[in-house]
Write a protein that binds this ligand. Structure first.
Ligand SMILES: [Zn+2]
Length: 99
């Protein structure tokens, strides 16, 4: 399913961080196609296209894709049932902000 030219998503960590404003490779997501739950960094990255496509390492379906346009980045994450932090409570529940 994956050939030797396939990268893992850590190869595009910088672009992910610009798009989501957070370091994304440790964020956990669920593949909407097969139910695989894994860190974003384990997705397979395809970068030889007008945009970047991240595919599930189990079923090979598209989980996240993005492209840059003249007005900014556009992300399609419809292949992920959810994305979330791997552990821990909401920051406000653990340490209320004093802002
Ligand atoms: Zn999958």
């Amino acid at each position: 399913m994956f050939d030797e030219s396939t990268l893992d998503a850590n190869a595009v960590a910088g672009e992910l961080e610009v798009l989501f404003a957070v370091e994304m490779t440790a964020v956990v997501g669920k593949c909407a196609h097969c139910g695989n739950e894994a860190a974003v960094g384990t997705l397979r990255a395809y970068v030889n296209a007008p945009g970047v496509v991240l595919r599930c390492s189990i079923c090979g379906e598209v989980v996240i894709a993005w492209a840059w346009t003249p007005t900014g980045g556009r992300v399609d994450r419809s292949g992920a049932s959810w994305l979330g932090q791997p552990s821990g409570a909401a920051p406000s529940a653990a340490a209320p902000s004093e802002a």
